[in-house]
Design a protein around this ligand. Structure first.
Ligand SMILES: [Fe+2]
Ligand SMILES: [Fe+2]
Length: 369
């Protein structure tokens, strides 16, 4: 079925076109890679997987509660609107929220695929081109999986959020080669990773859990790549050049915090935008959620050397400054472990089932004799 039949409302145009301004770069040095980047490239190749096979698509999903979201996590909870809604309307609201959230993941993954391909084109070093080529494939897989989940299991999609689109636009329009890294690998991926993690760790539904755990296993590599490449490059920049990057980060962070709240979902339920914004400000759950969204960005920004005074002040203002101390390596090791553990559990269960089937067949064989 065409995706256009599943959008809650029409998208602006069937194609979104951003003019490219940067240079494509070739290098003739093929044997001068940085060991850590090449090791990451090797890992990227070793850990390829097929979303059609690794994910158990036969698992059922309730489209009206795809994630098992508790009531308190919904913006409207505790408001007069919520009190007036019957169970069917609340279920519809859950479906819309899940659809909105996963649609942003899907559009973000397409953005990540395009940015990774742009990096292949524009980054000057071969080791980074190699790595980014594996990431392009990873992002294609992610977009494919989220798309399938929305088509088959939720049956509804939301267009891209305006502010996510504008951040992507700024990221891709810029001619400096490090900007797709900063906008995509650090900001958008950092935010997405934190959101994936919160859902992965709280949902009790097996299908979305598998999807998020396996996608995060790849994303851990992507963030590591952005950090390595930018840390090296930013050491060579002047103070003025670093401040420009910091301004971009500050603006992007405020934009994501204040504008990526799903107010468009509530508008579909007849609630005016200003009121929807006010409800999401009031919700304690959402306040915490929005803070946690920065748990991967802040330590990364600090690590790559964008830690000027203005940026630090902005993070104090947002209440996320302390997250700069989070240990990213540890978080990423955990992401890998969770995916591997999930595989081990699933394969152990399948193995047990197979053994039981074999034992049963032997028993049947005996009675036939
Ligand atoms: Fe991705
Ligand atoms: Fe990614």
């Amino acid at each position: 079925m065409s995706t256009h039949d599943l959008y809650v409302h029409e998208t602006d145009a069937p194609l979104w076109q951003i003019p490219a301004t940067g240079n494509a770069r070739f290098t003739w040095e093929y044997d001068d890679g940085r060991d850590r980047l090449l090791a990451l490239y090797q890992k990227g190749k070793d850990k390829q997987w097929d979303g059609q096979r690794r994910i158990d698509w036969d698992l059922e999903v309730d489209p009206y509660d795809p994630l098992g979201t508790p009531d308190e996590a919904l913006t409207l909870y505790g408001t007069p609107y919520w009190d007036k809604m019957n169970e069917a309307e609340r279920a519809e609201l859950r479906r819309h929220y899940a659809s909105w959230q996963f649609s942003q993941f899907l559009h973000g993954e397409q953005g990540a695929m395009v940015c990774a391909a742009r990096i292949v084109e524009s980054v000057p070093d071969m080791d980074a081109k190699f790595y980014s080529a594996t990431q392009t494939m990873d992002e294609a897989r992610h977009a494919e999986i989220y798309g399938r989940f929305l088509h088959e299991k939720v049956g509804m999609l939301y267009p891209i959020n305006d502010n996510l689109q504008s951040l992507l636009d700024d990221t891709l329009r810029d001619s400096r080669w490090d900007m797709p890294y900063l906008g995509m690998q650090v900001l958008i991926e950092g935010l997405a990773l934190a959101a994936f993690g919160m859902i992965r760790d709280t949902t009790d539904k097996p299908l979305p859990k598998q999807i998020l755990a396996y996608v995060m296993q790849d994303e851990a590599r992507h963030v590591a790549f952005g950090r390595m490449a930018l840390r090296d490059y930013y050491k060579q920049l002047t103070d003025a050049e670093l401040r420009e990057r910091e301004e971009f980060v500050i603006e992007g962070c405020y934009l994501m915090r204040d504008r990526l709240k799903g107010a468009e979902v509530l508008e579909n339920f007849g609630i005016p935008r200003a009121e929807a914004d006010a409800y999401s400000e009031q919700s304690e759950f959402l306040q915490l959620f929005r803070k946690l969204l920065f748990s991967r960005i802040v330590p990364c920004v600090r690590d790559i050397g964008l830690w000027g005074e203005r940026l630090q002040r902005a993070y104090v203002d947002m209440g996320v400054f302390d997250m700069g101390d989070h240990n990213l390596d540890q978080l990423m090791a955990q992401d890998e472990e969770i995916a591997e553990k999930l595989d081990a559990e699933r394969f152990a269960a399948e193995e047990a089932e197979r053994t039981a089937e074999v034992a049963e067949a032997i028993e049947e064989g005996k009675t036939l004799q």
